[in-house]
Write a protein that binds this ligand. Structure first.
Ligand code: UGA
Length: 448
């Protein structure tokens, strides 16, 4: 099928690349003409595992193309995927102006009926507004169907998640739109293509469920999923605080409770809390949406509050261990909001660094992928590609992102170059016993 993707960020590029790889003809557009020009030359503007491979393969097959002309992209596709940003406004609600702008473009440029698919994360009822806007902007001149098809892609494993989803949710107003979307996802549902992530040999997994719902339910499912996961993390973090006071071990507790399948072991990792461009904004938008219809989402407000306090608790541990922060050389391992991404948006590491700089510390930071992005935001920080250089002469090492390379760090070697053997671990990466055996002062969450 001919498909158009509007917005070439994480979601748009992964969606476009994977649908092209699955056998569709895809055209992608973005208001950032420089980004389109770069994509045309084969450059991949974001770091996402496997994305370069998929984009190159789709380009070779001729199944993906790029244009800075939104009109050309809109006219090409039978279905148009809207993948533009919905950043938070000051009051926490989602800014939908980019969606509105795209609706105006679609109404002005379309010459035939289109299925308009919301992929961007939006509050419930946006689809209904979008339908109304498209009809109004086109003055009834063209037939548009609207659908909501939320994404559940995790940064770092987005390509794998796209090809091996747990569920594909489509919110539609009429069955024909549901059938059109089922057709689009058929290669993935029936695994009728050679999955490039596993070179065609995918591990056996549960088949993805294709769920057809109303548009508002689909929109709600997305916010409800992310908010529930955020809630789980905050729960684990409060447990960690409790364990510290009582002398219990949070990992033993979360592992044991997680073995109950009604709870599950995932997303119970205590530490610095959640960041990134999804959870913090989605939880706020969900609270805000609930408030507009008179529902007080108290439980989510608490989860958000707990998460904000993680930074304070981490800084409290740093202050307690270092006694005086001013003038101390502090090494930071990890800047990205989580491992396997170069994304530093709402990354806890950045907030921690800003606060330490304010207190007069000298900060040396490293990250396998996010250095370039961080350099633009933190000119006062010394950046190092080699973690051992970042650690040299440090009075303390702070672990802010759970990268595998840091799990495998040679602490004996590190200890020899550090000014003081102090590690404050915001991600509980190491065994407290082992670190103590190696002669380190070691502080983590919920295990002290
Ligand atoms: C999240 C969801 O997991 C995806 O399903 C969703 O599609 C995506 O948002 C989105 O809305 O686009 P992502 O933001 O990539 O994906 O990151 P996660 O892997 O969910 O992690 C979020 C944050 O929680 C990270 O900062 C991570 O370090 C933190 N986290 C995660 C914890 O602190 N503890 C945990 O146990 C798990």
């Amino acid at each position: 099928m001919r498909l158009s993707v509007i917005g070439c960020g994480y979601v748009g590029l992964v969606t476009g690349a994977c649908l092209a790889e699955a056998g569709h003809e895809v055209i992608c557009t973005d208001i950032d003409a420089a980004r389109i020009a770069a994509l045309k030359t084969g450059e991949v503007p974001i770091y996402e595992h496997h994305l370069d491979k998929i984009l190159a393969s789709a380009a070779k097959k001729g199944s993906i193309s790029y244009t800075a002309d939104a009109g050309e992209a809109i006219r090409f596709g039978e279905a148009i995927f809207i993948c533009v940003g919905t950043p938070p406004r000051n009051d926490g609600s989602a800014d939908l102006s980019a969606i509105d702008h795209v609706a105006q473009q679609i109404a002005a440029e379309a010459r035939s009926p289109k299925l308009v698919v919301e992929k961007s994360t939006v509050p419930a009822r946006t689809g209904i507004e979008l339908q109304r806007a498209l009809a109004a902007y086109s003055r009834g001149g063209n037939a548009f169907r609207v659908a909501s098809n939320p994404e559940f892609l995790r940064e770092g494993t987005a390509v794998e998640d796209f090809f091996h989803p747990d569920r594909i949710v489509v919110g539609v107003e009429d069955p024909a739109a549901g059938e059109q979307l089922r057709e689009i996802y058929r290669p993935i549902l029936e695994r009728k293509f050679s999955c490039p992530v596993h070179s065609g040999k995918c591990p056996d997994g549960k088949e993805a469920e294709f769920l057809v719902t109303t548009i508002s339910s689909a929109e709600l499912i997305k916010h409800a999923s992310n908010s529930f996961l955020a809630l789980k993390i905050s729960y684990a973090n409060v447990l960690a605080d409790l364990c510290e006071q009582i002398g219990a071990n949070v990992e033993e507790v979360t592992h044991a409770i997680g073995l109950d399948p009604r709870i599950g072991t995932q997303f119970l990792k205590a530490g610095l809390g959640f960041g990134g461009f999804c959870f913090p904004k989605d939880i706020q938008a969900f609270i805000s949406l609930a408030a507009t219809v008179g529902v007080d989402f108290e439980i989510l407000k608490a989860a958000e509050r707990v998460n904000k306090q993680r930074i304070e608790r981490f800084l409290g541990k740093i202050n307690k261990a270092l006694w005086v922060v001013k003038g101390k050389r502090v090494a930071v391992l990890g800047l990205a909001f989580k491992a396997n991404t170069d994304d530093i948006r709402f990354a806890p590491a950045l907030e921690v660094i800003k606060r330490l700089l304010d207190e007069g510390a000298e900060v040396h930071a490293t990250d396998p992928e996010a250095l370039e992005r961080a350099k633009k935001q933190l000119p006062q920080v010394h950046f190092h590609e080699d973690p051992y250089q970042a650690l040299a002469d440090a009075h303390a090492v702070l672990v802010c992102t759970e990268w595998d390379v840091y799990k495998r760090l040679d602490w004996e070697r590190a200890g020899k170059v550090m000014a003081r053997k102090l590690v404050i671990d915001g991600r509980n990466l190491y065994s407290p016993e082992k670190m103590k055996q190696l002669g380190f002062e070691y502080v983590s969450f919920g295990r002290d």
